[in-house]
Design a protein around this ligand. Structure first.
Ligand code: SF4
Length: 301
């Protein structure tokens, strides 16, 4: 074990800390984490943590979600500038304005949103549970879905319903094209293509499976296929390969890299534990309201 890994292990013990990492983090960060998962898996895990400190390796909205679910624990993020371009595409004020134009509508946010936006919503969803959660609304209920137009579009197609979609998107997944899928299929004709629902409709339609990263892991585990084409941020390839040593995983586009997800390094993770920084604090008035939307989701999924 390298000296920095040893230091992180020792600090985890002395601080009574647990390290949670998103599937898109650097491989070496995933390897020192106590738990690696997608947003749904991490949100669930954050409710079960028996530690004084949670270090969240991922982007800011995820650490905020962990802080909202654990008001009595200290949540740290190794690099507080790790944001999400999609989450920043709508503000609480913009959502309030939209709600004012649609009285009676229910506001639903993808978990990739700020705490301020979650506080304005009736329900939260992740890419791993959106279909199941959205099914619980009456078919004639007007829905405002923010911020991801693609996840919202995917679920509305699956359920045959129409939502008012905010025009947000993930710039990383926007770089994936149906042409890239066609080219990758020529190289690996036996590999099923899995893409993330944050991809555009033409890309989702060109794929075989539309799955969250946690869903991709389950599909890869259960499938008889020996190789897979993966259309999402490349960080997931590490977990897929680690969990399935007898199978091969190819990125559809190896340039799908989220710069914010790569901001957590072993060095700033160690510094975060050593110096107890940077603490993520959500103002109570926002946290209480945001928690309602997250709890409503966790109750269903
Ligand atoms: S991959 Fe996209 S949605 Fe995920 S954190 Fe990066 S910018 Fe946000």
């Amino acid at each position: 074990m390298s000296s920095i890994n040893e230091e992180i292990e020792a600090l985890k013990k002395s601080r009574n800390a647990v390290v949670l990492a998103h599937n898109y983090c650097r491989p070496e960060v995933q390897d020192v984490a106590d738990f690696t998962g997608d947003s749904l898996e991490l949100a669930r895990r954050a409710t079960q943590v028996d530690a004084d400190v949670i270090v969240f390796c991922g982007v800011y909205f995820m650490a905020e979600t962990a802080a909202i679910l654990n008001p009595s624990k200290m949540v740290l993020i190794p690099d507080a500038t790790a944001g999400c371009a999609m989450a920043d595409m709508i503000t609480g004020a913009q959502l309030r304005e939209l709600k004012a134009k649609h009285p009676g509508a229910k506001a639903v946010c993808y978990v990739n949103s700020t705490a301020e936006v979650k506080a304005e919503c009736d329900m939260c969803v992740t890419s791993g549970n959106a279909e199941k959660v959205m099914k619980t609304f009456a078919s004639d209920q007007e829905i405002l879905f923010v911020p991801d137009q693609h996840l919202g579009g995917h679920v509305s197609n699956m359920l045959g319903r129409t939502y008012e979609l905010w025009p947000g998107y993930c710039p990383v997944h926007a770089a994936l094209t149906a042409e890239a899928i066609a080219a990758a299929r020529k190289l690996h004709p036996n590999a099923p293509v899995m893409v993330h629902p944050e991809c555009a409709k033409a890309v989702r339609d060109a794929a075989d499976e539309r799955l969250s990263t946690g869903g991709m892991c389950a599909f890869a585990r259960e499938s008889d296929a020996k190789e897979f084409l993966v259309g999402t941020e490349v960080g997931i390839l590490h977990r897929l390969r680690k969990e399935n040593p007898g199978k091969a995983f190819w990125p559809v586009n190896d340039k799908l890299v989220c710069p914010d997800m790569k901001k957590t390094t072993l060095e700033n993770l160690a510094a975060s534990l050593r110096e107890i920084k940077t603490r993520v604090v959500v103002p109570e008035e926002i946290a209480v309201r945001a928690k309602r939307a997250i709890d409503a989701m966790l109750k269903i999924s």
